[in-house]
Design a binder for this molecule. Sequence first.
Ligand code: GLU
Length: 553
Amino acid sequence: MNETERVELSNLLFPNLKHDREYYENMYPERDLPEGAMVTRYGPSPTGLVHLGNLLSAFADMSYAKQTKGSFYLRIEDTDQKRMVEGGIENIVGVLNDFEIMPTEGYTFGGNYGPYRQSERTEIYQTYIKDLIIKGLAYPCFMTEEEIAAIKEEQEINKTKIGIYGVYATDRDLSLEEIKEKISNGEEYVIRLKSPGNLEKQVEIKDCIKGKLKFPEHNVDTILLKKDGTPTYHFAHAIDDHLMHTTHVIRGDEWVSSLPLHIQLFQVLGFKPVKYAHIAPITIKDKETGNIRKISKRKDPWFSVKYYDENGIPIKALHLYLATITNTNFEEWYLKNTDKDINNFEFSFDKQAIGGTSFDEAKLENLCKTYFSRKSGKEVYEETLTWAKKHNEEYAKQLEENKDDMIKFLSIEKDGPRPRKDISKYSDVEEEFSYAIDSKFEKENFSKYDGEKTYDTELVLNYIENYLDLDSNNEEWFNKVREFAIENGYAGSPKEYKKDPENFKGHVGDICEAIRVMITGRTKSPDLLSILKILGKDKISKRVKLYKNYINN
Ligand code: GLU
C-alpha cells in the first residue's frame, strides 16, 4: 500500500474523527513544573476490591510526587468493560479519600489533562491509531478466533513463540481492495501493531527499582484497538502516559513482561519514553508451611484495606507502614527522628527492596504504638472518637460524656523521653482505659483477678480509706506506701522480698497492685497516682464500695 492508499484506508476505518494527532499534542502541553518534579499516576482498573498492594503503589505515587513538588493523578483504567464491577470506581475514589492518599489531579479531582477515565478517551486513542495507519505502522486484522486458535495450536506443537507475527501475520499485507471487500462483507477486525521488532535483538531497560533488565525485542503484532473500537491496556498506557506527561510509571511487577512491548509502542508512536518502577508484590510467611508466598485475599485479613479501618489502625500509622515497605531505611529513620514526620523523609527508588517485602504484623503494631505514643492525649481522644462514631457508637457516646477526664487519662505519661506505648489501634482504647469510665468500671468483674494473686484485701482497703494521700508527688506517695507496707510485714522492695520470702507477707509492689486492681480493675495501667488524682476522693470511695460489695457477695 502506498501512502495515498493508506490515507484512504485511514478515512475508511475512522471517518468521523474530529481532530488529528497534532490537536491533542497541542491540547496537552508539557507541564510547568520545577526541575526534577515527578509526575506519577495511579491507574486502577475497577475490577474488584482494593487491597494492600494497590494502596502501596498509590502511596508510592503520592510520596514521590509530593517530595519532588510534582503531580500525582488518578486515572481510571476501564478499558476492559467485561471485568468491571458495579460500584468499583466509587470504591476506589472512596478508599483513596479514606486512606488519605490524595491525588493532586485526576478522575473526580480535576486537572488539565483529562478526561481521566479511559472509556471517555476513545476518540483520542482512535486518532493516534489513524495516524499509525497512515504511517503504515498498524493495520486492520480480520483473523477469526478459530484461525488464531489454529495458529496457536501449531505454535504449541512446534514449540515456537505464541502470537501473530512474521509468517503468521497474514493480514499485514492485505491490499486496500481486499480490506474494502472484507469490510463490505461485514467482517469484523481489530487493529494490530505492525511490530518492527526482531527477536534476535536485545533491548536493555533500566527499571528504577529493579535496575538493568535485558529482553529480546518485542516482535508480536499485538492488538492495539479491539473490535469494539476501544484500546487494549497496552495502547491506552502509551497514549495516556504520554499525553498526561507522566514521568514515572510505578506499578506492580506483573507488568515487567510487557515492557518490551511498551518500549516499542513509545518508539513507534514517536513518544519520549517514561521511566518505570516495578514494585514486587507484598509477600507473607505462611503460618502453616513457613514458606514465603504472596499475600492472599483468602488467607490474610491484612490483604483487604477494610481490615485497617475496621480494626482501628490509624491511617497515618498505616502510612508509616507503607513507607517501611516502600523504603527499607524508613523505619530506622522514623524511630530515630522522634520530632519529624513522614514528610521529612526522602524516599528513593534504590532503597526499595527489589524482591518485595514480607508483611510483618509485629512491625505494623510497633509502628502504630510509636504513632500513638507521639500523639497528645487530646489528639488520641479526638481520633478515637472519630473512629468510634463509625464503628462503636455506644463507646463514642461514653467518650463524649467523659471527655475531660478521658483526655486527662490519655495524657498520663506522655511527656518525657519514653512516652507510654500501650495502644496500637483505636479499638484498644476501650479496654486499655476501661477504668476511665464509671459505667464501665461498675460492670467490672474482679473475679478475673482472683486466681492470679491473693490480695490482702482488708489491709489494702484500710490503706486506701485512711492513708491515701492525693496531694503528694510520686516519690512521696510511694515512700508512704512503702512505710505502710513495711509496718505491716511486707518487704520494702521486690529484691528484699526475694532474698528472704519466708519472712514477709509480700512486698510493696503487691500492695500497689492490689490498689490498682481495686480502683482500675486492671493489673496494668499507666501511672497509678495520676489515675487516682484524676478520679479524686469521691470516685475512689465509690470504687472501694463496689469492691467491698464484690467481696461480701
Ligand atoms: N490498570 C492496571 C492495573 O490495574 C494498571 C497498570 C499500570 O499502572 O500501568 O493493573
